[in-house]
Design a binder for this molecule. Structure first.
Ligand code: 7TS
Length: 407
């Protein structure tokens, strides 16, 4: 391990406590003590139900929550903290857009465009909207190497298209889509553009104003924060005209037996007691990422991806899904091994203490498109090391022989 590796690994005690080569970072990342301490500190020192209390402790909880919102706004360069809605995860953020925007503003004859590579969380909500409103759901297809040229959108989009929702980085290919170009195409036709940032925000600088997306969804737990906190960024004019998604406490201005008026943004979309601990944890995770910086994070992840892919190309019967260039993978390397089911692959990896993911990765239509039932995926974070990659490659080279193949 290099000096830099040691410095980073110090932040992740899980690796001292467990003999694990953790390569399932696209599913969730490990959590550093600075994040856990921020959560504990909040509960030990400032815990009360925020936003409603008039006493000091509740105001402290409100401050903690709103400071976290401001930190998220700065992190993705949102114009204002009020443009940030806290949710449980990217899935809830995407559902919020679908149910609040899609269900109310789309109608028969309208069109929604998404891609075949979307995670189910950015596909099923749109299927629901299409079913309920009579709008059509149109899919654009990537190339087999994971590239989704913006021209694909340009070919399908029309004046009927009211909403486009595309992932910035696919959780199977790892390849970055040109979101800025696609958002510009959507806007040219008067459509709203939603970006699924679940796999991009943890790995690169994402600037919502530069991309000019109308919505951005992501989860805290994929970027070192606790589970149960997610983010929806939305442009103010859209969020303002959207009706509430969930109703109840905290999100109203005035209620009578006949109806209600709703609170200002962002509270209109945050019904019930909110997850202050999670928000505080996300703020600490943002500070953690900023402490190391994108240059270090991105260059480590790229170097490790390159080492992994170079090694994989040397092993017979292993086929990488998507591009053969490390730059196109953002730490995500999905693959097949001839003659071995991915569940067996993952089980054998586990016997070598290597944690990888097997299955369709909640992207079943993409697997069908690629002509495979399931795949295995190794996904890196910047805390992984060359030793991790080498252990992965060693286990990978053993898989076919463990299954009884002679070559
Ligand atoms: N969008 C993408 C592109 C994702 O990869 C995921 C989760 C989600 C949305 C949903 O995120 P959640 O936090 O709401 O669950 N992807 C994965 C994965 O690849 N393995 O486990 C979860």
């Amino acid at each position: 391990m290099t000096k830099e590796d040691k410095l980073i690994r110090k932040e992740f005690p899980v690796f001292e406590n467990r003999n694990v080569i953790y390569l399932d970072n696209s599913a969730t990342t490990q959590k550093p003590p600075c994040v856990l301490k921020a959560v504990t500190d909040y509960y030990e020192k400032n815990n009360a139900n925020p936003l409603r209390g008039l006493y000091e402790l509740s105001l402290a909880a409100t401050d903690a929550y709103e400071n976290a919102r401001a930190a998220v706004a700065e992190f993705i360069h949102a114009p204002e903290p009020a443009d940030i809605i806290f949710t449980r995860n990217a899935t809830e953020s995407l559902n919020l857009i679908a149910y609040s925007y899609g269900m109310h503003f789309l109608k028969e004859g309208d069109e929604i465009i998404i891609s075949v590579m979307e995670h189910h969380s950015n596909m099923l909500p749109w299927q629901q909207v299409a079913k309920a409103t009579g709008a059509t759901l149109t899919y654009i297809e990537p190339d087999k190497d994971g590239c989704l040229p913006p021209e694909r959108l340009e070919e399908k989009i029309s004046e009927k298209t009211k909403l486009v929702s595309i992932t910035q980085v696919s959780n199977v290919f790892g390849r970055e889509n040109d979101i800025k170009a696609m958002a510009a195409i959507a806007h040219k036709y008067g459509a709203v553009f939603s970006c699924d940032g679940a796999q991009s925000v943890p790995h690169m600088k994402v600037d919502v104003q530069d991309l000019d997306v109308d919505f951005l969804s992501f989860s805290g737990h994929k970027m070192y924060a606790p589970m149960g906190i997610g983010v929806l960024y939305g442009k103010k004019d859209l969020l303002e005209k959207m009706p509430p998604f969930l109703c109840g406490g905290e999100m109203i201005e005035y209620v009578t037996l006949e109806g209600a008026t709703y609170a200002e943004l962002p509270h209109k979309f945050e019904a019930g007691t909110v997850n202050v601990g999670g928000a505080v944890g996300l703020e600490a995770a943002i500070k953690f990422v900023n402490r190391f910086g994108w240059d270090l994070i991105e260059s480590r992840e790229l170097d490790l991806t390159r080492r992994m892919m170079d090694g994989m190309k040397e092993i017979p019967h292993v086929h990488i899904i998507g591009s053969d260039k490390a730059e196109d993978h953002h730490g995500i390397v999905t693959f097949k091994i001839d003659g071995v089911h991915p569940h067996d692959v993952a089980a054998i990896f586990d016997s070598y203490h290597v944690a990888v993911r097997a299955g369709h990765h909640c992207a079943q239509p993409l697997h069908k498109f690629l002509g495979v039932m399931s795949t295995t995926r190794a996904s890196l974070a910047f805390y992984n090391t060359e030793e991790d990659v080498d252990a992965f490659l060693k286990a990978l080279s053993m898989i076919r022989s463990e299954m009884g193949y002679k070559d």
